[in-house]
Design a protein around this ligand. Structure first.
Ligand SMILES: Nc1ncnc2c1ncn2[C@@H]1O[C@H](COP(=O)(O)OP(=O)(O)O)[C@@H](O)[C@H]1O
Ligand SMILES: [Mg+2]
Length: 329
């Protein structure tokens, strides 16, 4: 059976860089298991950073927000702070907000990012209130370095679509957020297309299941495609199924959702990585690309060092812009 969770509102924080669960209750599925799995490192293990990784639209922010409201988390961490970091963060502003939220003092005025980091770190070593800092949607390692701190009962949970920015230390634990299972995915699609979690008798069960399969358990896709089919006829569902199986866009809403997701991943790349990503267009559509061939292009035509080419390959894979597989076919 699909598990259905309702996330309630949370008035904990209100700054512009700090966002909380939206005012209205939100329909959520399959969160319970992930919350329980995340609570192990957060409450029981001696780790200081827990990183949630998944592709864009996979439900990281939704999970992090739900975690803020978990009674055990709220009971253990007297202070739970949620900060949306995003792609081009105002790091000084975030550090100033952290100062106010962690130390419960008046607004700080730091000279620059480095000054803020040093001052906050000094204060944190002297305070022991259990604090969970949630840094949502971190895009770069450089940003993360400025926002991570050590403290006696201070833990950080980060969410990111890029696994390469996650620190590889003994005190960091990575949680790979899985995509939704079949039942949860079906409930979510039904919720957005029919307003309830089951398939109505007016539509063929297999048709809805086929559309759900094509969305591959990605919450954003299920929500966007479900919404675009809301109130639509059997014929529209049939058309949508055929379009999605052929990799086509089924509505402008669908296109917007996908492009937004993809665009933000591409925008965050540096210029060289962007150029390398565009080289993928040289290969035939829908066919797997041999890694060796791709690296050879970057080394021979872009005059890159082999090591740098491999780094770019992993950077693109880390942002789910390419999928690395060992399968030859
Ligand atoms: N478990 C879930 N149940 C229902 N809807 C979800 C779930 N996870 C994500 N969503 C929906 O999918 C969309 C993308 O989720 P989000 O948490 O923003 O993904 P991410 O932060 O990984 O990009 C949001 O509109 C959210 O409401
Ligand atoms: Mg997010």
């Amino acid at each position: 059976m699909a598990s259905v969770d309702m996330v309630e509102s949370n008035e904990m924080v209100e700054d512009s860089v700090v966002s909380c669960i939206p005012g209205n209750s939100q329909f959520c599925v399959g969160l319970k298991r992930s919350i329980e799995e995340l609570k192990v490192p957060l409450l029981e293990r001696d780790v200081s950073v827990v990183a949630v990784h998944c592709i864009g639209g996979g439900g990281k922010t939704t999970l992090a927000r739900a975690l803020c409201n978990d009674p055990q988390i709220k009971g253990y961490f007297k202070n739970v702070i949620f900060i949306n970091v995003s792609q081009s963060p105002d790091l000084k502003g975030i550090l100033e907000t952290m100062w106010v939220k962690i130390l419960k003092r008046n607004k700080a005025k730091f000279q620059n990012i480095e000054d803020g980091h040093i001052q906050l770190q000094q204060q944190l070593l002297m305070q022991s209130e259990p604090t969970l800092m949630i840094l949502d949607d971190v895009w770069s390692k450089e940003d993360l370095d400025e926002l991570l701190f050590e403290g006696t009962r201070y833990k950080t949970l980060i969410t990111s679509r890029d696994s390469s920015i996650i620190p590889k230390t003994f005190s960091t634990e990575v949680y790979q957020l899985p995509l939704l299972g079949e039942q949860d995915a079906l409930s979510l699609l039904c919720f957005w297309s029919f307003g309830h979690t089951s398939i109505p008798s007016t539509i063929e069960v297999n048709l809805v299941k086929k559309v759900q399969e094509e969305c591959g358990g990605l919450p954003l896709a299920l929500k966007v495609i479900g919404s675009s089919l809301n109130g639509q006829t059997h014929v529209a569902w049939e058309r949508a199924k055929n379009k999605i199986s052929n990799g086509k866009i089924i509505s402008s809403y669908h296109e917007e959702g996908i492009l937004k997701c993809l665009k933000s991943s591409i925008d965050s790349l540096d210029d060289v990585a962007k150029e390398c990503f565009l080289d993928l267009g040289l290969f035939p559509k829908g066919k797997k690309i041999c890694v060796e061939a791709l690296l050879q292009i970057w080394v021979n035509f872009r005059k890159m060092e082999w090591k740098d080419a491999v780094d770019i390959l992993f950077k693109l894979a880390g942002r789910n812009l390419i999928n690395l597989s060992s399968n030859q076919r």
